[in-house]
Design a protein around this ligand. Structure first.
Ligand SMILES: C[S@@+](CC[C@H](N)C(=O)[O-])C[C@H]1O[C@@H](n2cnc3c(N)ncnc32)[C@H](O)[C@@H]1O
Length: 475
């Protein structure tokens, strides 16, 4: 097996003093993506970039807890290991599981989700976990957040290929666990049009000083939108090029926020647009949240909708959505049941209310509903501090990584009959599920959606339903 270069930077003097090569057998994968090994002395070592069953030679840094290994050589590959397709895989922090086959990634995600939930709900019956495979394992990302840096002393004109020393501008991702820039000019998980954009960005930024975040995404008509949050100065040529590209229709829009300047400058419409799960365009807030892929978001939204209407209710349903964003899920939820769900003529939607804290996302959500002729109330509020009205039957929530402990407490005290919890973080989901299940809600469905292929990240959907006795007592 070939020698692997080290992930991240060169390490401190203290790191180098405390490492020595050892042979490690990787037993399993941990949340966060690293493999876990035990030394002969029983010491636990976390080793990034490994697969279960790998035997590796690694430097071990014991100055951190748990000790951390850096792979020098793979001596025997584990059964799920594949050759990563990306040239940047060992330096870039993005695709920490690209060295695992798709089947191995799915199995490992399933184990991590079940283990996290078991940890907090050991006394609760769990249904078998269903995995929704990734519609596309590569070329799926319709958005990416990049880092761009001008080399010290400013950048200069030239043919930018994403690295310092040509255009003087580096554009890429952050190295795993650090703020260091890993310049890239190809990214295999981006859609082809965003991948092509990577090599244009260094030239766009020629003459800049400082650094910034660059959000690239699909915009109106599939054309790119670019959002720059820059700490430093941009050259006049950057402003001219942004103006030209949008005026000529090559890009749908751009937005630039300079540090210390209150209002960002906009060109065209900088809001990302993907195809919603209903097939119509879905507008997302510029710089705000969006699911990583169009197709993955559709799989997620369709399944959440199905789980809401699983038991066709005998009376019109009051539906509340918390952490609604720009409406990835809402555009299906606000439609009510599908024709099949309403076959008995009784399933229907009495009311739909969506709560979102971001004013720009809420405005997009209103536009998305209006464009579809859907009614629903969109409230800008803190969903983690919102009481659940007694008439609400079903609540869908999709909080950020920190979870929703406030909303979980409100749901536990509510009479909501069904809760559909969507999460990108099994640890905080598990914490919140402990509260929900203790209140009498039973987990009826546990599902993982492969929304972030090639990475250790996974999306989870949990449906909970109230035990009939408590529901009756509370209603
Ligand atoms: C994981 S995203 C989900 C959005 C949407 N379901 C989707 O799929 O696009 C979480 C959303 O919650 C919003 N948010 C974060 N904290 C919030 C809070 N305390 N109250 C309401 N919304 C919040 C964020 O702005 C973001 O739009």
């Amino acid at each position: 097996m070939k020698k692997l270069s080290e992930r991240g930077g060169g390490g401190s003097r203290r790191d180098r003093a405390s490492v020595r090569p050892v042979t490690l057998s990787i037993q399993e994968l941990a949340a966060g993506g690293s493999g876990i090994a035990r030394t002969e002395q029983g010491e636990v070592v976390f080793v990034p970039g490994t697969a279960s069953g790998d035997v590796v030679e690694a430097d071990v840094d014991r100055s951190v807890r748990p000790a951390r290994g850096k792979v020098l050589r793979v001596l025997t590959p584990g059964p799920g290991r594949v050759e990563p397709l990306c040239a940047f895989v060992t330096s870039c922090g993005g695709c920490d599981w690209m060295h695992l086959s798709a089947a191995t990634q799915q199995e490992a995600h399933a184990v991590l989700v079940q283990r996290a939930i078991r940890r907090t709900t050991s006394d609760v019956a769990l249904p078998p976990l269903r995995v929704h495979p990734a519609p596309q394992p590569f070329g799926y990302r319709t958005r990416a957040r990049l880092l761009a840096k001008a080399s010290r002393g400013g950048s200069r004109r030239g043919s930018g290929r994403g690295v310092h020393g040509t255009s003087g501008i580096g554009v890429g991702y952050r190295a795993s666990g650090t703020h260091a820039l890993v310049p890239v000019d190809r990214c295999l998980v981006l859609t082809p049009s965003l991948d092509a954009l990577l090599s244009e960005l260094p030239d766009l930024l020629v003459g800049a000083t400082g650094e910034g975040d660059v959000l690239i995404a699909a915009g109106a008509g599939g054309r790119p939108v670019v959002e720059l949050a820059w700490r430093g100065e941009l050259a006049p040529s950057t402003w001219q090029q942004l103006d030209q590209r949008v005026a000529q229709g090559t890009w749908a829009g751009a937005r630039v926020a300079l540090e210390g300047v209150n209002r960002p400058a906009s060109f065209g419409d900088p809001r990302p647009v993907i195809q919603g799960a209903d097939g119509a365009p879905l507008l997302l807030s510029a710089g705000g949240f969006g699911q990583p892929s169009e197709e993955g978001a559709s799989v997620l939204a369709r399944r959440v909708h199905e789980l809401v209407w699983l038991d066709a209710p005998s009376r019109p349903l009051h539906l509340l959505e918390l952490f609604a964003g720009s409406g990835t899920l809402s555009v299906l939820l606000a439609r009510g049941p599908n024709a099949a769900d309403a076959a008995d003529g009784e399933a229907s939607l009495a009311s739909f209310v969506a709560i979102e804290q971001g004013a720009e996302a809420a405005a997009c959500l209103r536009e998305n509903l209006a464009a579809r002729g859907l009614s629903g109330k969109v409230v800008v509020a803190d969903a983690d501090a919102t009481p659940i009205p007694p008439r609400v039957d079903v609540v869908v929530l999709d909080p950020p990584r920190g979870g929703a402990s406030g909303a979980a407490a409100a749901l536990a005290a509510s009479s909501a009959r069904v809760v559909v919890y969507v999460s990108c973080n099994p640890a905080t989901l598990a914490r919140d599920l402990a509260l929900l299940t203790a209140s009498g809600l039973m987990i009826t469905h546990l599902e993982a959606v492969e929304l972030f292929p090639q990475t250790s990240h996974v999306e989870v959907i949990v449906r909970l339903a109230r035990r009939p006795a408590r529901a009756a007592a509370l209603s």
